[in-house]
Ligand binder design. Structure first.
Ligand code: C5P
Length: 408
């Protein structure tokens, strides 16, 4: 499920050192199955050559409004019209301070600004990825322009923070190519979860035995992180409560890190009070050591092994599913079941035991740590299979399935 497959993106470059990242962006868009038409300003061509972008996009690059070559298959010498009519979206990356100021005034003295002005406002979204020195970004003129461009219907993305090419540090870096691809994907996603507050748990828990040892499991967190991302793409506010994993936080998602099942319970119980959907994808440890020892348990050379005893962890999902908000479906709860065999029967039994309207079954050894998976959805109507695919693809399908089941 490549969201950008078959989409036609016009990638506009205005002048700035961040142009070097646009080559990577162009390549990433092509890898996602999009076709890319590059349009550059004269200033952009000072930073990166059209040759590079032509090679990466597989199409001649346009720069001048006087370029008589055929554009979009039409020979009328009107590249600004033809290129903007065939686009599913125009992304300007980098968008320099000067270029934004120009767009704001509706000026059109080069092909890129002319094309932006000539685009059909209701059909072709314009997405700007600003890039500039931190003082330029913070300047009231730039901030005023950003506000006005948004009011005029453009999407002006945020900027990254960090070291800048000029040697200063602060706001104004262009977002990374992966983030920009994500923003385009988000744009292409139907907002089936608009207005929802989605809470997702992910990853394993870690139950301490002593300060250096513990009980955990092989959950990678990838499925839960993919669900958080897919829910955000679909327009939800998303909070992700993550056990100890080192995965990057999906863009736009708020993350709370926890360690033990009881930490996770405390975080989720609080957050569930505001959520409208809870997806419990975490692999919570069933038991924890009856007592966590404060000092490392030492091997004394006698061959004696320590005796450990365990107590059961709280069932976080069952607890949340039994709250009045969940029982009245103000909070829609989705559980997961990782089984090794008889998936349908075990998942049906687990759905009833946990008291959730939707339970997602998968085969544990086939999913832990993998990039792909297959899911079996069980609700009161019966079961639906989501065949093997990448976890992100499955997460996007699951989000649509959840949205279909939410009370209207
Ligand atoms: O009971 P079991 O671990 O098989 O149930 C799996 C489902 O219950 C998952 O959704 C998991 O996140 C949740 N769970 C929980 N608290 C536990 C154990 C599991 O919320 N202590």
């Amino acid at each position: 499920m490549h969201l950008l497959a078959g989409k036609h993106i016009v990638l506009g470059l205005s002048g700035g050192i961040a142009c070097y990242k646009s080559a990577e962006l162009c390549r990433a868009l092509i890898k996602q199955g999009a076709s890319v038409q590059v349009v550059m300003t004269e200033a952009a061509a000072q930073f990166i050559t059209p040759v590079t972008l032509q090679a990466l996009s597989g199409r001649p690059v346009f720069s001048s409004q006087w370029d008589a070559r055929s554009a979009g298959g039409v020979d009328n010498n009107m590249a600004h019209i033809n290129l903007s009519r065939e686009a599913d979206a125009i992304m300007i990356a980098p968008a320099s301070a000067d270029f934004m100021a120009k767009l704001l005034h509706g000026r059109a003295d080069d092909l890129l600004s002319l094309m932006c002005l000539a685009r059909p406002l209701d059909k072709v979204p314009l997405i700007l990825a600003p890039a500039m020195n931190r003082e330029m970004w913070a300047h009231p003129a730039t901030q005023r322009n950003v506000t006005q461009l948004r009011a005029d219907g453009a999407t002006v993305l945020d900027v990254g923070v960090g070291d800048q090419a000029c040697g200063e540090t602060g706001d104004g870096r262009m977002l990374e190519p992966d983030d920009l691809v994500y923003e385009l994907q988000r744009f292409s996603t139907p907002k089936v979860l608009a207005g929802q507050r989605v809470l997702v748990s992910a990853g394993p828990t870690f139950e301490a035995i002593d300060p250096v040892r513990g009980l955990t499991n092989l959950s990678s967190g990838k499925m839960g992180f993919a669900i958080a991302r897919a829910a955000h793409e679909a327009g939800a506010w998303v909070t992700l409560v993550a056990g100890p994993v080192s995965l990057p936080t999906p863009r736009g998602v708020e993350r709370v890190n926890v360690r033990s099942a009881r930490d996770m319970q405390q975080a989720l119980d609080g957050l569930a009070r505001q959520a409208t959907v809870f997806v419990s994808a975490a692999a919570v440890a069933d038991w924890r050591p009856a007592e966590a020892v404060e000092q490392k348990i030492k091997k004394d050379g006698s061959g004696q092994v320590p005796s450990l005893s365990f107590v059961e962890n709280p069932d976080i999902l069952a607890g949340i599913a039994a709250t009045p908000r969940a029982l009245s479906r103000q909070l829609y709860c989705v559980g997961f079941a990782a089984e090794s065999h008889d998936l349908l029967a075990h998942a049906q039994a687990k759905r009833a035991r946990k008291g959730v309207p939707l339970l997602v079954g998968n085969i544990g050894p086939d999913t832990f740590g993998q990039d792909d998976n297959a899911l079996l959805l069980i609700d009161e109507q019966g079961s639906t299979e989501l065949p093997r695919a990448s976890k992100l693809t499955l997460a996007r399908q699951l989000v649509v399935e959840i949205a279909r089941r939410l009370p209207t």
